[in-house]
Design a protein around this ligand. Structure first.
Ligand code: FAD
Ligand code: NAD
Length: 466
């Protein structure tokens, strides 16, 4: 029987990063993945394919709506949807192949199959062909991720009533896509199909879309997406979803109890994801779960079984690839005897719509609720020369800073390239920068990043360009 210092179950961004860091720290490492390709949800049916389709559909949208203003006339413009999906698949294949390369480079053994605990130091791997293999591991990191949740009365038929996985692999552009859940997946994939010509209706239970993010972001994003043609039905509780052959019929009640019927050809169920632990044999070793069915861990991400750790979507916290990656690194270092730390307040959140939404730290609502006194500075993207040059004038940046110390407590951005710009705010906050620190740092002109500097200047009422 092969013996390893560390076994990692699951090869998503949590698992593969954990495996690489373990190997870097001199641990003999094996990674176990039940699918034929590495990379987990993120690379195969999540972050990467969705961004590939967002980029392709963005090009098409620009070509149809904006090129003529730029003085570019295009004739016979058409979507070749099959090719768009093929390109997306190629991007996924290349990215997943890159993980195989990294495993090889770091001398990490890959075992294909479902990993299941026999006891706390032994794992049985059941391969696709039904054959099994057993390994011994001193420590194990569970990184089995999550899968889409649904509502109790919805039967996901994966044909017309679909999850993100099917929405990334459709064979036609929907005529009317009804999205249930106005969170990250609903708005990203809703944007893709709206840009490609579908009618898109977003049904959201809460009063605002992207609930939980700063209210300014939800308002601004809804305004921008509405201009692009998406229709919003917030405060709507879905009560039934029926596949009628070629049509889905959805009934939803608004706050006053008024019922509306929606008819479309596809409905995307994007009401969150749930931790995935099936087949792991957690019962065999008595691993404790919490009330949300996540694997329970302490601050070191250690389960109640001391040599078994868990990271990523299968444990508490934001279901984000970069959160899983940080946890993968942290656990590997803990196993190697180091004392790493993650500041969960500084894990950024991004929505890859256009304009993009990006956020880090506390929202204004959270500061109010906690009774923290703060100052706020905002700057509108439309006041930037760079934004006018590219015609990406929607959005704004808001900086929240402590009223006494001026330390930045939260940064909320909506605008072109906010997804990339948020990194500056994360770094600033990691170094506990004040808004003045940013306001006094030179930002290249003309760039979108000037809006962050200006919002920091605005915290003390001294923005230059507004
Ligand atoms: P996963 O990536 O889910 O990987 C878990 C792996 O474990 C899977 O490959 C699974 O097959 C394997 N596995 C499970 N059980 C076993 C077993 N018993 N034995 C062997 N293998 C097993 N996050 C972002 O940060 N940015 C984004 O832009 C983004 N976009 C997204 C878009 C979509 C459509 C979706 C669905 C998600 C998106 N996410 C995004 C979320 C992100 O994909 C997850 O947070 C991330 O993949 C979690 O990583 P993980 O390593 O915990 O698990
Ligand atoms: P989400 O939690 O972002 O959004 C779910 C939405 O569904 C919420 O707005 C919620 O209020 C709503 N909802 C819940 N029940 C409802 C009901 N009965 N009727 C109508 N609306 C209802 O979840 P998601 O969009 O499914 O994404 C799942 C996870 O994947 C998220 O945790 C997210 O972090 C991650 N993800 C991240 C990215 C990114 O980082 N860009 C992209 C996609 C997914």
């Amino acid at each position: 029987m092969q013996k390893y210092d560390t076994a990692v179950i699951g090869s998503g961004p949590g698992g593969y990063v954990a495996a690489i860091r373990c190997a870097q720290l001199g641990l003999k490492t094996v990674i176990i993945e039940k699918y034929n390709t590495l990379g987990g949800t993120c690379l195969n049916v999540g972050c990467i394919p969705s961004k590939a389709l967002l980029d392709s559909s963005h090009h098409y949208y620009d070509a149809t709506k904006h090129f003529s203003t730029h003085g570019i006339d295009v004739k016979g413009l058409e979507v070749n949807f099959k090719q768009m999906i093929t390109r997306k698949n190629e991007v996924v294949a290349q990215t997943s192949g890159g993980i195989n390369y990294l495993m090889d480079k770091n001398n990490i053994t890959i075992l294909q199959g479902v990993g299941s605990f026999t006891d706390s130091t032994h794992i049985t791997i059941t391969k696709n062909d039904g054959t099994t293999e057993q390994i011994e591991a001193t420590n194990t990191i569970i990184a089995t991720g999550s899968k889409p949740s649904t509502l109790p009365f919805i039967k996901l038929d994966k044909k017309r009533i679909i999850t993100s996985t099917e929405a990334l692999n459709l064979t036609e552009i929907p005529k009317h896509l009804i999205v249930i859940g106005g969170g990250v997946i609903g708005l990203e994939l809703g944007s893709v199909y709206s840009r490609l010509g579908a009618d898109v209706s977003i049904l959201e239970y809460m009063p605002t879309i992207i609930p939980g993010m700063d209210l300014m972001l939800s308002k601004e994003l809804q305004k921008s997406l509405k201009k692009q043609g998406l229709k919003f039905f917030t405060g709507h509780k879905v009560t039934s979803v029926v596949n009628n052959g070629n049509e889905v019929i959805i009934t939803a009640d608004n706050k006053k109890g008024v019922s509306t019927e929606f008819k479309g050809d596809y409905t995307l169920i994007s009401v969150g994801r749930k931790p995935y632990t099936e087949g792991l044999g957690l019962e065999a070793i008595g691993i404790k779960m919490n009330e949300l069915n996540q694997i329970e861990t302490n601050e070191q991400l250690q389960t109640n079984i001391s040599n078994v750790y868990a990271i990523g979507d299968v444990v508490k916290g934001a279901m984000l690839a970069h959160k899983a990656e940080e946890e993968g690194t942290m656990v590997a270092e803990i196993i190697a005897g180091q004392k790493p730390h993650i500041d969960y307040n500084l894990i950024p959140g991004v929505v890859y719509t256009w304009p993009e939404v990006a956020t880090v730290g506390k929202t204004e609502e959270q500061l109010k609720e906690a009774g923290v006194s703060y100052k706020s500075g905002t700057f509108a993207m439309r006041a930037l020369g760079r934004a006018r040059a590219s015609m990406d004038i929607d959005g704004q940046i808001k900086v929240l800073a402590d009223a006494k110390t001026d330390e930045i407590l939260g940064v909320h951005m909506i605008g072109a390239r906010a997804a990339d710009m948020i990194a500056e705010a994360v770094i600033a906050m990691e170094f506990r920068a004040s808004s003045e620190d940013i306001a006094r740092s030179s930002h290249a002109h003309p760039t979108y990043t000037e809006a962050f500097k200006e919002a920091c200047l605005a915290v003390n009422d001294r923005a230059i360009h507004s």
